[in-house]
Design a protein around this ligand. Structure first.
Ligand code: 5GP
Ligand code: MN
Length: 330
């Protein structure tokens, strides 16, 4: 385990803590932020959570989510809080470009900076770095850090639920990215009262009719399967966004469905946005979509789950993706 003496000393008296996570926050970004916030508050700190952009509605049930400050909605307040913070905790992201316009304010701040993350290639911008790419989720790491600080007894049911959410969502309900600690931590959280059936139901049985129809449209009309490269692509246009009034979170899990086809090992979900084309990439086994995202689409993430973007036409991004496939699919 890493040296905890400095972080323990910093957290031994009340601090103004701001917890930050990445744009387009997922269950792990939100869960780890809220769970860590709950722990730090019970240690006597004044804690605020700031996210660059809003969260998907399916996570609305999470305790404490209403108190999160969204930079896109209230820029001045968000930046003010970060400027005043004496401790800045960066959770579930590996570089300041992942928090967009908040990045420079964090960089300029003289606050004590904590980074807890499981993405590849973490940037060394923090004073205390707890980065483990073999961890299922940042939530798993937040829990093991709290354990190392002998603080597990400070976690209440809601903190435990919030941490469980990140493990659940980042492992696709314990289907991938798991290790021994994942199950151990999940067990510890369940001991604290977590009802995993309730959380699964709240998160995964929460589609709206529109979202399910959109999924149907993507699979029936927008999917291209390329068996020779073990790949499948779904590309959606600005028009699709209009036709289905697609909002944040509506397309969250579309990319995963392609990997349900036998023999398909890499999946790309490509969407045309007002000024940019965004990609969500997923793979199985040894194929690294992180390398594809990093080398070709100005992105990154994990070996089997990455994202990126391009300033180009949708068709050109699809063509570029297809043309690089042979290099990465052995
Ligand atoms: P998603 O496809 O669900 O948006 O993201 C999958 C993973 O890739 C997440 O871990 C996310 O943090 C990371 N990711 C998504 N988009 C980007 C990006 O533009 N840049 C980097 N560095 N990582 C990204
Ligand atoms: Mn994560």
């Amino acid at each position: 385990m890493i040296d905890l003496s400095e972080i323990k000393q910093k957290l031994s008296f009340p601090q103004d803590v701001v917890i930050l996570s990445h744009r387009n926050p997922d269950g792990d970004a939100i869960g780890s932020s809220l769970g860590f916030a709950g722990f730090l508050r019970k240690m006597g700190h004044n804690v605020k959570v700031v996210l660059p952009s809003d969260y998907p509605l399916i996570f609305s049930f999470m305790k404490g989510i209403d108190d999160i400050i969204i930079f896109d909605h209230d820029r001045a307040k968000a930046l003010d809080i970060i400027k005043q913070a004496t401790v800045i905790a960066c959770l579930d992201f590996n570089g300041l470009d992942r928090i967009d316009k908040i990045g420079p304010t964090v960089e300029e701040s003289t606050a004590y900076k904590i980074l807890i993350d499981h993405h590849l290639d973490p940037e060394p911008f923090a004073d205390f770095i707890y980065s483990k790419t073999s961890a299922s989720s940042t939530c798993e790491l937040v829990f093991t850090l709290i354990e190392e600080m002998n603080g597990v007894n400070k976690l209440d049911l809601y903190d435990a639920e919030n941490l469980f959410v990140g493990i659940l969502t980042d492992t696709g309900t314990f289907k991938y990215s798991t290790n021994e600690d994942t199950y151990r931590v999940a067990s510890e959280l369940k001991k604290r009262g977590v009802d995993d059936y309730y959380l699964n139901d709240a998160i995964y049985n929460s589609y709206t009719e529109k979202q399910l129809k959109l999924l149907g449209h993507c699979l029936a009309n927008r999917m291209e399967v390329i068996p020779e490269h073990k790949a499948a692509i779904i590309a959606i246009t600005k028009q699709d966004f209009q036709d289905f009034t697609i909002e944040r979170g509506d397309t969250e899990s579309v990319v995963n469905y392609m990997l349900m086809i036998k023999g398909i090992e890499v999946a790309a979900f490509i969407r045309e946005q007002p000024t940019i084309v965004k990609l969500s990439l997923r793979s199985k086994g040894d194929i690294s979509v992180q390398e594809i995202a990093r080398n070709h689409f100005n992105g990154g993430g994990h070996k089997n789950a990455s994202g990126g973007s391009a300033y180009a036409k949708l068709e050109d991004v699809v063509t570029r993706f297809k043309s690089i496939l042979p290099k990465y699919i052995k």
